[in-house]
Design a protein around this ligand. Structure first.
Ligand SMILES: NC(=O)c1ccc[n+]([C@@H]2O[C@H](COP(=O)([O-])OP(=O)(O)OC[C@H]3O[C@@H](n4cnc5c(N)ncnc54)[C@H](OP(=O)(O)O)[C@@H]3O)[C@@H](O)[C@H]2O)c1
Length: 328
């Protein structure tokens, strides 16, 4: 009786050791795989790059006159693409187009439009793109509704702004994709880069509407990539952390907060290596640290939201005391 209890115990302990061993090996293999993927996407990609010209002659960039969009347009031209720049301000469009033509010797066309105007603008954009072999579309345009973290009811002029943000951040991505994807499918090759945000990796209270529009982009990109990859189309979702642009009040760049040109160069290197990326190693590491240190139950707690709100208010006080950075 005593012997059988002892042998049951041994079997039980042995079983636990085997399960524990498998679990440790499984997690070590998973870690090794993630390290290899990170190494390939962010380090090897510096030397092992896709020739973007193989997608087609033209790249279309929305929101191309400043920040991340302008940086993508420049980097694409530097890598041999002709570019179509789309933004609101004709003056800025002409300036950026001339800079690109002079610096890289590539063709640069412009289309002036305001993406907050809704569905009525797309026939004119379709006319502007007609006849071009579009290999790459960068759906970059996007807007936030407040200078900082804010409660939903604090959105100023909310009736108009809610529609504007949905039109600019979500409708633009979907409609621009509808315009260029058929040509790409016909040619059996194409790349669509959709700029989401770290705020689109998980729901972000106090950025509710912005975060929701960015999650839309993340989901749309992943679904489209799955649907069209077998037809030669890559849909890449890029979810940056903080990049120094007008949107982020030209925050001084450092190893955490990238300049737009550095970010665009590193993010374009990841093409062909990853269909969902933070865009650069620094932002990928920040994503891992934040996800680990701030699980959803912390971020969704009333305590955390109050803290975030008071941090935003104290930053706002400091900003009103300092002059704003010069805009592009
Ligand atoms: N900066 C960051 O830290 C960060 C982080 C994560 C994600 N993102 C995302 O990255 C994208 C670019 O952000 P950014 O920081 O580069 O912004 P930005 O510096 O403010 O540039 C926005 C660009 O979009 C154009 N634009 C703005 N509203 C427009 C409209 N209604 N119609 C047409 N064009 C419009 C602007 O040009 P005009 O004024 O001439 O129209 C400008 O070229 C956005 O989707 C943003 O959500 C940015």
């Amino acid at each position: 009786m005593v012997m059988s209890a002892a042998s049951d115990n041994m079997w039980f302990t042995g079983g636990l050791v085997i399960i524990g061993g498998f679990t440790v090996v499984f997690h070590l293999l998973k870690l090794a795989w993630r390290c290899w993927c990170g190494f390939r996407v962010f380090v090897l990609s510096e030397v092992w790059q896709v020739d973007l010209k193989t997608y087609g002659q033209w790249a279309v960039v929305t929101g191309a006159t400043s920040g991340i969009g302008k940086a993508y347009a420049n980097e694409l031209a530097r890598r041999g693409m002709d570019v179509v720049l789309i933004s609101r301000s004709n003056d800025k469009l002409q300036t950026v187009a001339k800079e690109i033509e002079a610096q890289y010797g590539r063709k640069a066309r412009t289309i002036q439009t305001d993406f907050t105007d809704g569905h009525s603008i797309y026939p004119a954009i379709a006319d502007g793109l007609r006849g071009l072999e579009i290999g790459i579309l960068v759906n970059n345009v996007g807007m936030a509704y407040s200078e900082n973290f804010a409660y939903f009811l604090e959105i100023s002029n909310s009736e108009q702004k809610i529609t504007d943000i949905i039109n600019c951040n979500m409708l633009s991505v979907t409609q621009m994709t509808r315009l260029v994807l058929p040509g790409m499918v016909e040619r059996g090759t194409g790349l669509i880069i959709n700029i989401s945000s770290e705020a689109g990796t998980r729901p972000q209270p106090l950025l509710s509407l912005y975060s929701a529009t960015k999650i839309f982009i993340t989901y749309l990109s992943q679904c489209l990539h799955a649907e069209y990859k077998s037809r030669g189309i890559t849909v890449q979702c890029v979810s940056p952390f903080i990049v120094s642009t007008n949107m982020t009040h030209k925050v001084p760049p450092n190893c955490f907060m990238k300049t737009a040109p550095d970010f665009a160069r590193e993010a374009l290197n990841t093409v062909g290596h990853s269909s969902y990326t933070s865009g650069c190693l620094s932002h990928a590491l920040q994503n891992i640290v934040l996800t680990t240190l701030l699980p959803d139950w912390v971020r969704f707690s009333s305590f955390f939201i109050r803290k975030l709100d008071s941090l935003a208010r104290s930053e706002e006080c400091q900003m009103t005391e300092q002059p704003k950075g010069k805009e592009d």
